[in-house]
Design a protein around this ligand. Structure first.
Ligand SMILES: [Zn+2]
Length: 118
């Protein structure tokens, strides 16, 4: 595989997932089904090819790796001369920490259980 994968705003734990080495069912875009909790502002500001900076679209997603309520999408650049893969998370995260949406969900459950036990 000569293509490189660009990881945007993520750290080494995700790169260790070997996302770039996973099999793609068709080698082209995939259909992302179901519902997601997405930080829209974060995702929109990151959806550019890591190599040629062209705007990426949801139809360019070739792979998804779910982590709790968040996901990492692997986008394949739509330009034939580029084909670069860029991995983008669906939410922000603290350095080496979990996705913010996952942290907030846990805190919500903690506070709710404390509230109903009173
Ligand atoms: Zn590109």
């Amino acid at each position: 595989m000569n293509e490189q994968t660009e990881f945007v705003n993520i750290d080494s734990d995700v790169q260790n997932l070997n996302i770039e080495h996973e099999e793609e069912p068709t080698g082209t875009s995939m259909t992302v089904e179901g519902r997601r909790i997405v930080n829209v502002q974060h995702l929109c500001t990151k959806m550019f090819c890591g190599k040629c900076q062209v705007r990426l679209h949801f139809q360019d997603i070739v792979k998804e790796h779910k982590m709790g309520l968040a996901s990492y999408f692997t986008f394949k650049c739509p330009l034939d001369i580029c084909q670069h893969r860029t991995v983008i998370g669906t939410d922000t995260r603290s350095a080496h920490g979990p996705f913010d949406v996952n942290s907030k969900a846990v805190l919500g459950i903690f506070f709710y259980s404390d509230y109903i036990s009173q």
